[in-house]
Design a protein around this ligand. Structure first.
Ligand code: SAM
Length: 279
């Protein structure tokens, strides 16, 4: 059997009795046209290994393989999905490896060969935690070339937000410092089975070879966390704990000490981090 001959996902779900479990954040995509679109948004997959987290019954997995991924490594927590995924593996010999387990606890790197792209439709809480981990690796560039991830639309908007908007904050700065980030698709609740309460969006992040502006990652993270922890406060107050000379550092970075975090762009947060690191 080839990938084209696999049964429709509704039949797969019925045959393997894959009733969605809320505790696992299961909202499945059953429309293969849609999963193919998401797979295409992941970029040119030919010649890349793809890490897929939370394949479920395998709609996106099928899309990734059909779009020419060299290999897909899929990490799934729910053992009930394994028989459906085994059928896909049999239709794409040698190209799909499935690991049963929690993606937050498994190091996939031993199973992957660069170049590596990541694609996932995950429960939202797991997705945000993994995103932050993938954006803050011990060294840059990271192990992945791109991340193509489904989020609650409101979270997706926080990742791509510009200064001055309500959604702008730690996630935007973390993502945009070393990545190109854009929303490539938005989906209504009805696109999923069962439908979630909110709209969703797919974000595509491409790793830049170098950060946009120099800064020590740990200092930048500390500055941004403190700045947005009290986003309504003036920065000289919100950042007081970082240095007794915070006003001088803010001025050195071209930031008025009375400014609020949500109006400061990435370039100036990086300049502030450099000034603080220099002491
Ligand atoms: N990718 C499939 C799709 O698009 O239809 C399933 C999406 S569903 C929103 C999320 C999937 O992630 C489920 O199959 C769930 O069992 C799995 N999952 C949940 N938590 C996980 C974790 N910590 N590690 C790996 N998989 C997880």
């Amino acid at each position: 059997m080839s990938l084209d001959d696999l049964p429709p996902l509704r039949a797969v779900i019925a045959r393997h009795d894959l009733r969605a479990r809320k505790a696992l954040g299961q909202n499945f995509l059953l429309d293969l046209t849609l999963t193919a679109r998401i797979a295409r948004a992941a970029g040119d997959l030919a010649g890349s290994d793809v890490l897929e987290v939370g394949p479920g019954p395998g709609g996106l997995t099928r899309g990734l393989l059909e779009e020419g991924a060299r290999r897909v490594l899929a990490i799934e927590k729910d053992p009930r999905c394994l028989p459906a995924l085994a059928e896909i593996a049999a239709a794409a010999p040698g190209r799909l490896e499935v690991i049963l387990g929690d993606a937050l606890e498994i190091d996939p790197l031993a199973h992957l060969t660069p170049p590596i792209r990541v694609a996932a439709n995950l429960p939202y809480n797991v997705g945000t935690e993994l995103l932050v981990r993938w954006l803050t690796p011990p060294a840059w560039p990271p192990f992945w070339q791109s991340l193509t991830l489904m989020f609650q639309k409101e979270v997706a908007e926080r990742i791509v937000a510009a200064p001055g908007s309500k959604a702008y904050g730690r996630l935007a700065l973390l993502a945009q410092w070393r990545c190109e980030a854009r929303i490539v698709l938005t989906l209504p609740p009805e696109a999923f089975t069962p439908p979630p309460k909110v709209h969703s969006a797919v974000v595509h992040l491409t790793a830049l070879p170098e950060p946009r502006y120099p800064a020590d990652p740990e200092v930048l993270e500390r500055v941004v966390a403190a700045a947005f922890n009290q986003r309504r406060k003036m920065l000289r107050a919100a950042l007081r704990g970082l240095s007794p000379d915070i006003e001088a550092h803010l001025e050195a970075a071209g930031i008025p000490p009375t400014e609020r975090a949500e109006r400061v762009d990435l370039e100036r947060f990086c300049a502030l981090s450099r000034s603080l690191a220099e002491g």
